[in-house]
Design a protein around this ligand. Structure first.
Ligand code: FE2
Length: 400
């Protein structure tokens, strides 16, 4: 185990495999806990089934998750209080994936403190970072001693400490036997003598490499935020990029169960050609995918879009810390906004308008029109601003 002196993100490389523990890594634990209360309010508000698991003494309880999502979090209520009120016990384990997409302050903090610094140092993580949380009070992780296919970058948010046991993979294989690694294992006490023991406290960082076995014990209530730095191979990345670009093609869902073999290549070409995909060289697709990631702080998934109207009445600002990125080709401007792509016709002064927005200082629609030398109409500027607002690339500035 490393109590590290080198920058922590050095250890995110998938070629390295050692446990990294950095006590007092940051100071945001209490703030993030309060963001998580709002994140769960957002989960309930969305009325879409989240990637959420709730465990009690009797195991995974999807029925209780359904009950929970029907109940609002009251004003001033914390999310563990909400869970306890609905399910009737403080002894639970809750896991929520895609956590950053439910809380803008959390996403911004993770971007500023983790994903942007790591990306500046290591390069773009092409698989993106996915945030998740584990919280509750329980004897041991509900699925026992286990390993994960990805690295686990964990930030403990407290308030109580938790105990962690970690077995390097090779060591665990020796003590668990040839088939032991594939089985759910709660025999913690018997294997504890061979484990690394850690007390994981509020604001500490812990990185458990993929494949190492571990288990968490929370005798008192606490929350841990995790980030999965999704690995990818060049082939995996390319395959994902192509999937993204073919998913939204206009006739992608045309039935092709039975085809006339000689006609098939032509059908596929027509499908790709309809949206110009055939004209896009692979390097363009790769760059676009990378810019999309950067525009959302390298976090996946993007936050849900907002239903917005009345942009003329507000002053806006680019949402920190996300860059607004764009590029032109063939009379078209492609804007990368919070992990999504927006396409506009290339109009005179478009770049100056985008530079004004991207600059980070507050602006109104009238300001943007002024930038164009009053050549843009209000409808055009409103259309652009509304799109960026809905994508959460810009936000309303209050009190200006
Ligand atoms: Fe794990």
């Amino acid at each position: 185990m490393t109590t590290s002196t080198v920058p922590w993100f050095e250890h995110l490389s998938y070629t390295k495999s050692e446990v990294v523990f950095i006590p007092n890594f940051w100071s945001h634990a209490a703030t993030v806990r309060s963001h998580l209360d709002d994140a769960f309010r957002e989960v309930v508000r969305q009325q879409r089934f989240p990637k959420m698991r709730l465990f009690t003494g009797s195991g995974l309880r999807n029925d209780l998750t359904v009950q929970l999502l029907k109940q609002p979090l009251f004003a001033g209520e914390t999310f563990p209080e909400w869970i306890e009120r609905v399910i009737g016990t403080p002894d639970f384990c809750v896991a929520l994936n895609n956590t950053s997409s439910y809380s803008e302050p959390l996403a911004a903090l993770l971007t500023e403190t983790i994903t942007q610094p790591a990306s500046r140092h290591l390069g773009t993580l092409l698989g993106g970072y996915e945030a998740y949380l584990f919280a509750g009070r329980y004897d041991a992780t509900p699925f026992g001693i286990h390993d994960d296919v990805d690295h686990s970058l964990l930030l403990h948010l407290g308030p109580a400490p938790q105990d962690v046991l970690i077995w390097p993979r090779a060591e665990y294989e020796k003590i668990a036997g040839p088939s032991g690694t594939a089985m759910i294992d709660f025999d913690i006490a018997a294997k504890a003598p061979w484990a690394q023991h850690l007390t994981f406290r509020e604001n500490d960082l812990l990185m458990i490499p993929q494949g190492d076995f571990h288990v968490f014990m929370r005798p008192n209530y606490s929350v841990t935020l995790g980030l999965i730095p999704h690995p990818t191979t060049l082939a995996g990345f390319l395959s994902r990029v192509m999937t993204e670009f073919t998913r939204d093609l206009t006739s992608a869902n045309e039935d092709a169960s039975y085809v006339t073999w000689p006609a098939l290549p032509g059908q596929i070409e027509r499908l790709l050609d309809a949206d110009g995909v055939l004209q896009l060289p692979v390097r363009d697709l790769v760059r676009q995918s990378s810019l999309r990631l950067e525009s959302n702080g390298y976090l996946i998934p993007s936050p849900p879009m907002l239903g917005v109207a009345g942009a003329e009445e507000h002053t806006f600002q680019r949402r920190a810390p996300y860059p607004l990125l764009w590029e032109s080709s063939c009379d078209q401007v492609t804007i990368y906004a919070r992990g999504r792509t927006l396409k506009f016709r290339e109009l005179p002064h478009m770049h100056r308008v985008l530079e004004r927005i991207s600059g980070g200082t507050p602006f109104s629609i009238a300001d943007l029109i002024r930038v164009t030398g009053d050549t843009w109409g209000a409808d055009l500027a409103t259309h652009l601003v509304t799109a960026l607002w809905a994508h959460r690339a810009i936000e309303v500035v209050h009190g200006v």
